[in-house]
Design a protein around this ligand. Structure first.
Ligand code: NAP
Ligand code: GDD
Length: 359
């Protein structure tokens, strides 16, 4: 039985990856942070015996307290678990927040990665443990080429991107210096019903559901022109695993090869709840109007703008498709939006039922 260690297991990707690896028969260990409030919601399908069922035998799932910035903790966990595969997904992953907390973001996303690699080296696990580093399309930032591929030069535009560039290069450096199987997945944006609620797609899908059910009046957003290559997180965790199964340690771009504006995401999400949006005005005065009623449902609030923006991201997944046999278009953009909105419609309905029970 192969043993995997996932940092960031409570996050969107970590939770899907844990399920994926359990289904493949792995023994899965995950690092969770101590928190004053419950932080294992995304793991409930694994932790709940009934929901887990026969396939997701949670007997093979183990959680450990830890933090990638705590060097001694990382070394102790690594020496106890001695994983065959290590997926370093832990990060302060919000680009906007990284402008408020640049030092912390560097500690977690940069130094945290070094701590993982050093633990592998110090413990003599370089021949045993394969390391996957969660790199990002934010490295391309002010894009130097369209579409972006493995050879496109980087130009990060946020403290998050700059911290992640350290993670990228230190991973590559350990591969070259110590002959480790240490690789970067350069993943473009990927979303799901488990996406954090302050990322733009989830903010929109939740708002569409709440507005449709009369629980919210309006959605305020920042840059509506921003273009992203959005895929489905469930498809992307499969690729993380494929990258570690490849015969050679190499870095890969993971993307759909299609990009859409934030505005398009809004239109589709509201369409799914039966509302047609019509746009009026420009810049900060732009409004999304309910065509049927004339109500303003979307407006622009400059507080969501970033000091420096990444205007567009479009990935070229040819290498992953050719060498890993990965299908970048398994879930279409339209399907992704539908999945997210449907899940949020149910979530909002359920919240309402629970509220009524206690009214
Ligand atoms: P996410 O939902 O924000 O999850 C981040 C995870 O990291 C959470 O489990 C979080 O724990 C954990 N974490 C944060 N700081 C930590 C620390 N100091 N020590 C240990 N764990 C810590 O992010 P995601 O969307 O799943 O992304 C996973 C990884 O891929 C991240 O590294 C992200 O930067 C990268 N990435 C994401 C995308 C994307 O579009 N989703 C694209 C490219 C790269 P808590 O639950 O306790 O906060
Ligand atoms: N969050 C947010 N909130 N973004 C908004 C809003 C808003 O109200 N309005 C417009 N946007 C724009 C942002 O300015 C950005 O251009 C785009 O929507 C996407 O923002 P996010 O969903 O926050 O994601 P991101 O692209 O900045 O970062 C995500 O993808 C990266 C990969 O490219 C994160 O998951 C990163 O961790 C990841 O590395």
């Amino acid at each position: 039985m192969k043993r995997a260690l996932i940092t960031g297991v409570t996050g969107q990707d970590g939770s899907y990856l844990a399920e994926f690896l359990l289904e493949k028969g792995y023994e899965v260990h995950g690092v969770i942070r101590r928190s004053s409030s419950y932080n294992q919601e995304r793991l409930e399908d694994i932790l709940d015996d009934e929901a887990a069922g026969a396939l997701l035998s949670n007997q093979n799932f183990h959680l450990h307290y830890g933090d990638v910035t705590d060097t001694s903790n990382v070394i102790r966990l690594m020496s106890e678990i001695r994983p065959d595969e290590l997926y370093n997904l832990a990060a302060q992953s919000h680009v906007r927040v990284s402008f408020d907390m640049p030092g912390y973001t560097l500690d977690v996303d940069g130094k945290g990665t070094l701590n993982i690699l050093e633990a592998v080296r110090i413990l003599g696990l370089t021949d045993k443990t394969k390391v996957y580093q969660a790199s990002t399309s934010e490295l391309y930032g002010k894009v130097q080429e369209v579409p972006q591929k493995e050879t496109t030069p980087f130009y990060p535009r946020s403290p998050y991107g700059v911290a992640k560039i350290y993670g990228f290069w230190i991973t590559k450096n350990y591969r070259e210096s110590y002959n480790m199987f240490a690789v970067n997945g350069i993943l473009f944006n990927h979303e799901s019903e488990r996406r954090g609620e302050t990322f733009v797609t989830r903010k929109i899908s939740l708002a569409a559901a709440r507005i449709a059910q009369g629980k919210q009046k309006k959605l305020s957003l920042g840059n509506l022109d921003s273009l992203r290559d959005w895929g489905y997180a469930k498809d992307y965790v499969e690729c993380m695993w494929l990258i570690l199964q490849h015969d050679k340690p190499e870095d890969f771009v993971i993307a759909t090869g299609e990009m859409h504006t934030v505005r398009e995401f809004v239109e589709l999400a509201f369409n799914h709840v039966g509302i047609e949006i019509e746009w009026t005005g420009k810049g900060v005065d732009e409004r999304g109007i309910n065509k049927a009623t004339g109500d303003v449902l979307v407006d622009v609030d400059p507080k969501f703008f970033r000091p420096t923006e990444v205007d567009q991201l479009l990935g070229d997944p040819t290498k992953a498709r050719t060498l890993l046999g990965w299908n970048p278009t398994k879930t279409s953009f339209e399907e992704l939006v539908r999945i997210m909105v449907q899940a949020d419609m149910k979530k909002v309905e359920k919240e309402e039922r629970v509220k009524k029970m206690f009214d």
